[in-house]
Ligand binder design. Structure first.
Ligand code: NAD
Ligand code: UDP
Length: 342
């Protein structure tokens, strides 16, 4: 990881809208910082770097409309000056990460969200929280509409993440209805693209990393479980539109193009040209069997739907991973992810 630098927000306010983005050094947070910097906002990034990488936002440090706090949002959050918007994206997000740091995951979804809602209330800012398709658990309805309440095991290995996110939605609605805070809730489905961490265990970096290192590709279970993958630029556009909308109920944002994990693995094998084979490993506990967003609401309310198909998105993402230094690739220890008893 690069040397950690900090830039602190000044109170010189100027005319720009000011937005706080938590989880700024992570995969999605860094793309959001790029987007709002480009829209000429004053962006205040915040991250404690527990799963993020400062390299994802280093290119922004030279800009006068970007500042960065290295801070854990589960502790009291102070931002000098006015704030117009808060995007709360801080949270471990991959099953490997939230199994390694379960308590921090619960805290950032609960205490962290509470702190930020308090800040939003105090500053009269609009706050959007990053929720997830995991609130639907292992769904027995497919595709999942926002009205579906889900099928979550609170005490299973994924419970620390799923229940933190469900609590996050509940407290956000409570601040909305009880305190009148302007809130938005995005339920994000599996998203991929440049700046994912090669070793975060999520399926796309896992497969591409294995292909690049000349290892066999590990499919969990028989690979018949499904996911629906959304390219990051599409997601960011959906989040932007939701933030600017007046809709406070949860909205699914994702790409409804559903695929089995085995088919997905075969696509990666073709894309990378690897001669390695598929090996099958034990299916982690509570691994959802199917997942596909119903995006009728996003279409209707936001005029949003994904534009970038998997072939195009995977190609861009593969080029990104290939461009990483060989040193970055070598740093990855090969882990048998099933040993985490996910
Ligand atoms: P990520 O791990 O790349 O980014 C999360 C960032 O939050 C990291 O930079 C990490 O250091 C930071 N962070 C974690 N705890 C923190 C704390 N207590 N204080 C300050 N910073 C903290 O993950 P991501 O994929 O970018 O996910 C971002 C958000 O989107 C998460 O809330 C996640 O639940 C949600 N989400 C992502 C996906 C996806 O497919 N990527 C899907 C559903 C939901
Ligand atoms: N998966 C897999 N091999 C891997 C990593 C993941 O087969 O090396 C599977 C995993 O069991 C799940 C799917 O890929 O069914 C998506 O996993 P990921 O961790 O990316 O996200 P999830 O949607 O489960 O949160």
């Amino acid at each position: 990881m690069s040397e950690i630098k900090e830039k602190f927000p000044s109170e010189s306010l100027g005319s720009r809208k000011r937005i706080l983005i938590t989880g700024a050094a992570g995969f999605l947070g860094s793309h959001l910082c790029d987007r709002f910097v480009k829209e000429d906002y004053h962006v205040i990034g915040m991250d404690n770097l527990i799963t993020g990488d400062i390299a994802n936002i280093e290119h922004l440090f030279k800009l006068e409309n970007f500042e960065f706090y290295n801070h854990d949002v589960s502790k009291f959050v102070h931002i000098p000056g006015k704030l117009d918007y808060i995007l709360h994206f801080a949270s471990p997000a991959s099953p490997i990460d939230y199994l390694k740091i379960p308590i921090q995951t619960l805290k950032v979804g609960s205490l962290g969200t509470h702190n930020l809602l308090g800040l939003a209330r105090n500053k009269n800012a609009r706050m959007l929280i990053a929720s997830t398709s995991e609130v639907y658990g292992d769904p027995n309805v497919n595709p999942q509409p926002e009205e579906y309440w889900g099928n979550v095991n609170p005490v299973g290995p994924r419970g620390v993440y799923d229940e933190a996110k469900r609590f996050q939605e509940a407290i956000t609605m409570a601040y909305h209805t009880f305190h009148g805070v302007e809130t938005r809730i995005v339920r994000i489905f599996n998203t991929y693209g440049p700046r994912m961490r090669l070793n975060d265990g999520r399926v796309l970096p896992a497969f591409i990393g294995q292909a690049l290192r000349g290892e066999d590709l590990t499919v969990f279970g028989d690979g018949s479980q499904t996911r629906s993958f959304c390219y990051v630029d599409d997601l960011i556009e959906g989040i932007y539109r939701l933030l600017m909308s007046d809709y406070a109920q949860p909205v699914n944002i994702g790409n409804p193009d559903e695929i089995t994990i085995k088919q997905f693995c075969e696509e990666i094998i073709k894309l990378t040209g690897t001669t390695q084979k598929i090996v099958y490993k034990e299916l982690p506990q509570d691994d959802p069997k199917q997942r596909r967003p119903d995006i009728s609401k996003a279409k209707e309310l936001l005029g949003w739907e994904p534009k970038i198909g998997r072939a195009e998105g995977l190609k861009i993402t593969y080029e990104y991973f290939k461009s990483l230094s060989s040193e970055a690739l070598e740093k990855i220890e090969h882990k048998d992810f099933t040993t985490f008893n996910r």
